[in-house]
Ligand binder design. Structure first.
Ligand SMILES: C[S@@+](CC[C@H](N)C(=O)[O-])C[C@H]1O[C@@H](n2cnc3c(N)ncnc32)[C@H](O)[C@@H]1O
Length: 373
């Protein structure tokens, strides 16, 4: 497209010219755009600092403290946060600028709208805290991109990533990530349940289903449904205990094994892969989808639910966040809906359709059917 190429070249030449930048910042018609672009670029430059402000808020439980006490000044908050007064004030001002906290006076602070959202979703704080490992691994992003040996914090945390014998992982190896997944799963389950009806299904098999949080939510919403979870043995044990605790043992069970090497339980008419496919490089990911295909009779449905690359309005979540997160983890990549559809087709699934979710930034859902015999 030579015309487009020429136009892009001209645009980029203008945007990189300090003279043009100065002009655009002054000229009334371009000023708002210039300000927005400057702010957006600065947000990328400063993103790590903003994340660390949030991390500090979570570590000192700032949002909980503000919710308990109501509007407070920095001197009153400092002892509860375990910080000197100056440190508490610096953190409160930074958090207020990010709308995590709300400033109510020169030195008076209350819970802010974003802080309230974090407070209401345990999964967000858990995610923020475990990012300490991600940031340690990302210290040298070029080393990761070159494929040099990773720092290993995240790769060790996700014990199955890159492991040739994941089924041997013991409880200690799976407890950390299983708890993290459980904390954030309620939000994901809400998206899937809002997008897809299980009314006409009899039995759902959730492959690599973690500690069972997803199935507990589905089973509560659809009381006629039998549910089966399959995951590594140490994770399946956690899930079975969870089903018993939730009073669901009569229609929920967990089976342990390795999806890529062991037979999956039979009898499901719908199979789900929730936040699973993106964890694996292409060959293993295709193995998970092939296992879903084998577990179903012709006509059965598969659901793939995960954040996807190329999601309109959430582009950086796929290619930047998950792209680098999974690189640091040592396995997997974010995929577009079209790539997933092609993988489903290659495994023998047909009629792939997207079931729109309310918050595609968290997860999108694809449904496909095993081709009739
Ligand atoms: C990112 S977690 C997602 C868990 C759950 N689906 C959720 O969304 O909360 C990926 C899950 O895949 C499981 N897993 C990884 N490799 C597996 C394998 N080869 N066989 C069975 N489960 C596996 C892990 O134990 C983990 O529970």
């Amino acid at each position: 497209m030579p015309i487009r190429d020429d136009w892009l070249k001209l645009r980029n030449r203008l945007l990189s010219s300090p003279r043009f930048q100065r002009w655009a910042a002054r000229f009334p018609l371009t000023r708002p755009l210039a300000r927005r672009h400057a702010r957006e670029l600065f947000d990328i430059v400063a993103g790590f600092v903003y994340s660390q402000v949030l991390y500090a808020c979570v570590r000192v439980r700032l949002f909980e403290r503000l919710a308990e006490r109501g509007p407070s000044d920095s001197a009153a908050l400092a002892p509860a946060l375990g910080l000197p007064e100056e440190g508490a004030r610096r953190l409160l001002l930074a958090a207020a600028s990010l709308r995590l906290v709300e400033r109510r006076g020169a030195d008076r602070f209350a819970l802010g709208e974003r802080g309230a959202v974090v407070l209401g979703n345990r999964g967000i704080a858990a995610m923020v805290e475990h990012h300490a490992m991600l940031y340690a691994d990302l210290e040298d992003p070029l080393a990761l991109l070159r494929g040099e040996p990773p720092q290993r914090a995240l790769a060790d945390y996700w014990a199955y990533a890159g492991s040739s014998a994941p089924a041997h992982s013991d409880a200690a190896a799976v407890d950390g990530y299983s708890a993290l997944m459980a904390d954030s799963q309620t939000m994901i389950a809400e998206e899937v349940l809002g997008a897809y009806s299980f009314r006409d299904h009899r039995c759902l098999l959730d492959i690599a289903g973690g500690d069972g949080t997803f199935l507990v939510e589905v089973a509560k919403r659809w009381p006629h449904l039998q549910v089966i979870l399959f995951d590594l043995p140490a994770v399946a044990e956690r899930a079975q205990a969870r089903f018993v605790r939730e009073g669901l043992a009569d229609r929920a069970r967990a089976v342990g094994g390795d999806v890529l090497n062991d037979a999956l339980p039979e009898g499901a008419d719908v199979v789900s892969l929730v936040r699973v496919v993106h964890d694996h490089d292409d060959e293993r990911a295709a193995g998970f989808i092939a296992a879903a295909h084998r577990a179903l009779a012709p006509g059965g449905s598969v659901l793939v639910a995960e954040p996807m690359a190329g999601t309109r309005g959430a582009e950086p979540v796929g290619d930047a966040y998950f792209g680098f997160y999974l690189l640091a983890m040592g396995s997997g990549r974010p995929r577009t809906a079209a790539e997933l559809e092609a993988m489903l087709g290659a495994a023998g699934f047909v009629a792939t359709r997207e079931c729109p979710t309310h918050r595609p930034i968290l997860a999108r859902v694809l449904q496909a059917r095993r081709a009739p015999a």
